[in-house]
Write a protein that binds this ligand. Structure first.
Ligand SMILES: *Cc1c(COP(=O)(O)O)cnc(C)c1O
Length: 434
């Protein structure tokens, strides 16, 4: 039966809200904002208001909006081929694979369409790899050690390694064989590890978990334990990778190589793509037909990802992200010395979290930032999360720090003078999960 949505009605926020409420599965609690265009680091709503975007679509639009390198790649590719299927060759896959193997230090690539698919491929590879080792007479099991407060996506395998009960429980039984280890607790990791384990799964910087970097000791212990049995070290760089921390991969700050890594979010600057990369040795666990996807690595996604990587290189954006991130972090730590309501400032490059003393304050701060037309989000209840486009400027950071300072001043006054904490219903970025 046809649902009638009057197409002559202007596509106003109200109309769209009503149509979505009727037509779409209610999986998202969207913020009441209708963006119609973007340019550089700014978004524009349907009323012409301009917003400074410090979230970039949850770490995706690394080159901002309407970047000429991306529009050129999209235009060019649309004049030749969008899709071929993986039954045939096209020029983009090996060109992109060459760039990705160079920047990650890994040997081989599998392309897919999203973060969770990349992670799913990593989990399947870990199981298949252990099976391969067993067939060679090695003693290795099928268990996967994941971390508390982890986030790896929503498909059945990925969600099984995602810690939050709310994401997992309604779908049980999810993939069996996963145990969660307290993040950065070396003793707990050693205690949980055995020849039963085929993989240790870590986000180098936990994103949704509140911007928590892995400790060097913990990552080194995970590497050493995996080496001792042939288990694979899986490092999820879907949020932290592709230059977000000032290096191509966050693990490069630690001098530790994984067996497998996953990339997605900013890889093609807004065009859906994911990639799982691994060592030559691990790659032998996959034979033709064992894994695949229709869209994965299609000409369009590859062309745009190549353009994104080349632009990051040509414009020296890694250096820019590193120095601007340092500048941003220094500014935030200055704020922390002025306001005790800031518990902690964490991050690397332009992946930054500011932990506040309460959820109520975090909500207020987001509401205040929205009123100042600055888009960010809140994760892990009390943490303000910044994942801005790599092309952000010092001026944008100054503006942000100024707005944060003003709001903290307003909300951090002594309890007696403090304005009543309002239950805020809708805040930009407040209900975005990723
Ligand atoms: C976003 C994210 C994922 C899932 O990616 P999707 O594209 O949403 O499937 C997995 N791992 C990490 C660390 C992420 O941030």
């Amino acid at each position: 039966m046809t649902q009638h949505i009057d197409s002559l009605q202007p596509a106003s926020l109200k109309n769209i809200q009503a149509a979505e409420a009727k037509l779409m599965l209610q999986t998202y609690e969207r913020n009441p904002l209708l963006f119609v265009s973007g340019q550089g680091v700014h978004l524009r709503d349907e009323q012409g208001n301009e917003y400074l975007d410090l979230l970039s679509g949850i770490g995706v639009c690394a080159l901002g909006y309407q970047h000429p390198a991306i529009t050129a790649a999209l235009q060019q590719q649309s004049h030749s081929l969008l899709h071929t299927s993986n039954l045939f060759y096209h020029r983009g896959t090996s060109e992109l694979a060459l760039r990705l193997t160079e920047i990650t230090g890994l040997d081989r690539v599998f392309f897919c369409n999203s973060g969770t698919e990349a992670w799913e491929a990593a989990l399947k590879l870990a199981r298949a790899h252990a099976g391969m080792l067993r067939s060679q007479g090695r003693n290795i099991g099928t268990r996967i050690l994941a971390m508390q407060d982890s986030f790896h996506g929503r498909t059945m395998g990925s969600v099984a390694t995602t810690h939050k009960l709310k994401y997992r429980e309604p779908f049980e039984p999810v993939m069996p064989g996963v145990s969660f280890v307290p993040f950065n607790d070396v003793e707990a990791l050693r205690a949980a590890f055995s020849t039963d384990v085929c993989a240790v799964a870590i986000e180098v910087i936990q994103g949704e978990g509140g911007i928590h970097p892995v400790s060097p000791q913990f990552l080194a212990a995970a590497r050493e334990l995996c080496d001792s049995t042939g288990a694979l070290l899986l490092l999820d760089e879907i949020q932290s990778g592709m230059g977000r921390t000032g290096r191509w991969c966050a693990y490069q700050h630690y001098g530790i190589q994984p067996d497998v890594t996953t990339l997605a979010k900013p890889l093609a600057g807004g065009v859906p793509i994911g990639a799982m990369l691994c060592t030559e040795q691990a790659s032998r666990a996959f034979n033709p037909g064992m894994h695949g996807t229709t869209f994965g690595g299609n000409p369009l996604a590859c062309a745009v990802a190549i353009a994104v990587i080349d632009e990051i290189k040509q414009s020296h954006l890694l250096d820019h992200v590193a120095s601007l991130g340092q500048y941003f972090l220094t500014g935030l730590r200055d704020l922390q010395t002025r306001f005790s309501s800031i518990r902690e400032v964490r991050g690397l490059g332009l992946m930054i979290g500011v932990e506040l003393e309460s959820e109520a304050l975090a909500r207020q701060m987001l509401q205040g930032m929205m009123e100042r037309r600055i888009v960010l989000n809140r994760t892990h209840e009390t943490v303000l999360r910044f994942l801005p486009p790599f092309i952000l400027s010092r001026r944008d950071v100054d503006l942000t720090l100024h707005a944060l300072g003003e709001l903290l001043e307003l909300y951090s006054t002594p309890p007696s003078q403090q304005p009543e904490v309002m239950a805020v219903e809708t805040i930009p970025g407040d209900k975005i999960h990723g």
